[in-house]
Design a protein around this ligand. Structure first.
Ligand SMILES: O=C(O)CCC(=O)c1ccccc1C(=O)O
Ligand SMILES: [Mg+2]
Length: 366
């Protein structure tokens, strides 16, 4: 592969409805669409999934833009490489900044699969013919959440993830459990508890599928102590920013599950390593979501065709978040299932008319 041009498109869209977590509410979303053009005329697509402010991780749209333009793109431009792992290795000379790296790494993998003329899922060894999709409900009140779960159940989703925090956890989970005694329910705390919080013990009685990221992102030791006490599996999200972080968490016994987000872990290359590690170590693995646009959604679907992704992830229809996505076709979930795309690479086209409508900045790097 010889990348001769990289385009960065900063886009901004309004969500269909605000997404509320214990850390705040998102109602508008910016992102960066990355195009990597190869000498042969093919184009690979990636997406930077950082938010405008550092509420979820430390990266932002602006830090990603700077890293992509000034640091990472120059490492890949005009110096040929034969495999995406080589590109990832070059970028590994740069510390951290996983979401910026992931955007380019995604584009390189898409390009690589397109050069081979096969779906990305096949290139990475994915075998699932159907990808399992759950739904994440980000809403302010328990009444709103119950209404959204009702809709999700009617739409055929078999797993629901809800947001909790110390202020609302027990009433919220109890109300949901009473209404849906048999549903797979996952509670995502986004690090809103401190390690001496007794309320987490009380959550253990509700037969939750998992509790996601209860404690601080750097606190693997306290997560290990908590996992020893709870029968509910702990799933780590924010803590898992690399293969090394995943390995440390597993060695310490900090979790029984990991949600893999391509952006958060630094790219497809790193996501594959974490997937393989989890399978080897008997750690449950599922595909996380970032309220992303269609390019990252398509990458998620390819990733989730791997054998380890045996439970539903945060993969939902584009229409759940966007009036109109930037890709055709959009992602559509049917009865909790997504059919992987069959075309080469990530299998979706960019809807350039839509990109132009929502684009706030475009830069061409050579
Ligand atoms: O459906 C999605 O895209 C995932 C929703 C979600 O929970 C989330 C969305 C944005 C940032 C962090 C998280 C999270 O998993 O904590
Ligand atoms: Mg989470």
């Amino acid at each position: 592969m010889n990348i001769i041009q990289i385009d960065l498109h900063v886009i901004e869209m309004e969500l269909v409805a605000p997404f509320v977590t214990s850390l705040g509410s998102v109602s508008r979303r910016k992102g960066i669409l990355v195009e990597a053009h190869d000498q042969s005329g093919l184009t690979g697509y990636g997406e930077a999934v950082a938010f405008s402010t550092p509420w979820y991780t430390e990266e932002t749209v602006d830090t990603c833009f700077h890293m992509l333009k000034d640091i990472l793109a120059p490492l890949l431009l005009k110096t040929a490489f034969s495999h995406p792992e080589e590109a990832a290795k070059r970028m590994s000379a740069v510390r951290k900044n996983p979401m910026a790296k992931a955007a380019l790494d995604m584009a390189v993998w898409d390009l690589y699969a397109k050069k081979k003329g096969v779906p990305l899922a096949q290139v990475i060894g994915g075998t699932r013919k159907e990808v399992l999709a759950g739904i994440a409900v980000g809403a302010a009140t328990t009444e709103e959440i119950l209404a959204q779960i009702k809709q999700a159940q009617q739409d055929g989703y078999k797993r629901v993830k809800v947001k909790i925090g110390p202020e609302n956890d027990l009433e919220r989970i109890q109300a949901i459990r009473e209404t849906y005694p048999d549903m797979a329910i996952l509670a995502d705390a986004n690090s809103s508890y401190s390690s001496n919080e007794e309320k987490l013990d009380a959550l253990d009685q509700f037969d939750l599928q998992m509790i996601e990221q209860p404690l601080h992102q750097d606190d693997l030791v306290q997560h290990a102590a908590l996992q020893k006490k709870l029968k509910t599996p702990i799933c780590l999200d924010e803590s898992i920013t690399s293969f090394h972080a995943a390995w440390s968490a597993i060695q310490l016994g900090s979790c029984q599950a990991i949600n893999i987000k391509i952006g958060r872990v630094g790219g497809v290359t790193e996501a594959l390593r974490i997937h393989d590690l989890c399978v080897k170590e008997g750690i449950q693995v599922w595909c996380g979501g970032m309220l992303e646009f269609g390019v990252s959604r398509a990458h998620n679907i390819a990733l989730a065709t791997l054998k380890g992704f045996s439970i539903p992830g945060d993969i939902s229809s584009s229409a759940r978040y966007w009036k109109q996505d930037i890709t055709t076709p959009e992602v559509k979930v049917n009865q909790g299932i997504v059919q992987p795309f069959q075309e080469a690479g990530i299998g979706v086209e960019i809807d350039w008319e839509r990109v132009e409508e929502v684009r706030i900045h475009h830069e061409v790097l050579k």
